[in-house]
Design a protein around this ligand. Structure first.
Ligand SMILES: *Cc1c(COP(=O)(O)O)cnc(C)c1O
Length: 398
């Protein structure tokens, strides 16, 4: 076997993540590595935290990227906030809510599931009922943007219910951050985690988190140590927040953090609200094209996530074969269904740098041609015309 340098094929990423990474972000990764305690690096980290506060819409001092993927952001919240014996109400309307249950258990807590419907938002009435039945609960955990189904839950309303029942919130914003409205301070969210590779369009492997003072008070009041050394906030804080006297905790992924800095700078340049609007507009364009192809979205309109579109598979189509054709012939990746929805849906992501007109047109054209080739009549011309009408390509600059 002769092993050569790895050169990945050219792909367009329209699955549930990672999303396409902008060349500016890839260029940032290739800059020279410097020491992670170098004053120049420390100054970059300070900017990075400020950029993250802008994206999360918070003034929380404790806002930083965990040096590991989104799942580690999830664990950071649970291992620090859940103490052995704590009752935690967990909303489960997809795969990631299920993982939250696991996290509560492993942190020694007592999970109280609120079972939801896959493909629907979390029902605030069910959450209210559960908190009434369990006055001992001190935490409410939910996923704002369920990437496994494409449903968006109302984080503001759920946080309001939690507050009335004297509970802190743990919120999964992995797919929402940068792509749809998220207001950490205005909505009173207590501990929020995200990921670098979804709507921030950075490379995978970093998990931005933010904790407010209420959440940190619970961490500081712990009677027992967090059940993870690496993710123990009291230790990580010494590295990210040790003003002037930063102590070694682990070696930061230096170049990956350059990339996150660049991707957040790009988001700030665009403006976070403009980014939310772009994701919403491109969702409408894709939806118009999919409708013209006779494809249906499974999530009711009011609960739909613009950056992740779950599409029913037409009868008689081999869904894995279609995805393989898209990849092989069009260089296009879309996602399969997960869990309960495996084999029933495709997941088409429009996240970050992937959310752009050229990708929408590529995806609709590729779907139309492969559906037709597999015996499912589909009018690609009509789909492109429908999407173009929403994009207003002849007038717009993007
Ligand atoms: C992708 C994702 C995660 C996990 O992030 P990784 O970077 O894959 O570990 C968690 N929650 C949601 C909602 C996600 O979409």
């Amino acid at each position: 076997m002769t092993i050569r340098s790895f050169n990945p094929p050219v792909r367009t990423l329209m699955g549930p993540g990672p999303a396409d990474v902008h060349p500016r972000v890839l260029a940032a990764l290739a800059r020279p590595t410097i020491g992670h305690l170098d004053p120049a690096f420390v100054a970059m980290m300070e900017e990075l935290k400020e950029l993250l506060r802008g994206a999360f819409r918070t003034r929380n001092a404790m806002t930083m990227p965990i040096s590991a993927p989104g799942s580690a952001g999830m664990e950071t919240c649970f291992v620090n906030l859940v103490e052995p014996g704590d009752a935690v109400v967990v909303c489960v309307n997809g795969v990631f809510g299920g993982r939250m249950l696991e996290n509560v258990e492993r942190a020694g807590g007592r999970p109280i599931p609120v079972p939801g419907v896959w493909g629907r938002a979390v029902d605030p009435n069910q959450v209210e009922d559960s908190l009434k039945r369990h006055p001992e609960a001190r935490l409410l955990a939910f996923v704002q943007a369920e990437t496994s189904t494409g449903a968006q839950s109302d984080a503001r309303t759920l946080a309001g219910i939690a507050r009335r029942h004297d509970c802190l919130t743990i919120v999964d914003a992995v797919t929402s951050l940068g792509g749809s409205p998220l207001e950490v301070d205005a909505w009173g969210l207590d501990a929020v985690y995200s990921g670098s590779q979804k709507c921030l369009s950075c490379t995978p492997g970093l998990a931005p988190v933010t904790f407010n003072e209420r959440a940190l008070d619970k961490v500081r009041a712990r009677a027992t140590k967090a059940r993870s050394w690496f993710l123990d906030l009291s230790l990580v804080m010494g590295y990210w927040n040790g003003e002037g006297k930063r102590t070694y905790h682990h070696t930061a992924p230096v170049n990956a953090l350059y990339a996150l800095h660049e991707s957040l700078l790009m988001l700030a340049e665009e403006g976070i609200e403009a980014s939310w609007e772009r994701h919403a507009r491109h969702h409408r364009a894709l939806r118009a094209g999919l409708q013209a192809l006779g494809l249906e979205l499974i999530v009711p309109e009011a609960e739909r996530l613009p950056q992740l579109n779950s599409v029913s598979i037409p009868a008689g189509i081999d869904e894995a074969a279609l995805r393989a054709r898209l990849l092989a012939r069009h260089g296009l990746e879309i996602g399969a269904g997960l869990g309960e929805l495996a084999g029933r849906i495709w997941r088409i992501g429009l996240m970050g740098h992937s959310s752009r007109p050229a990708n929408i047109l590529l995806c609709l054209g590729a779907l139309a041609s492969e559906l037709a080739a597999m015996g499912h009549p589909a009018d690609g011309g009509q789909a492109l015309t429908a999407a173009r009408a929403v994009l207003d390509l002849d007038g717009a600059s993007d």
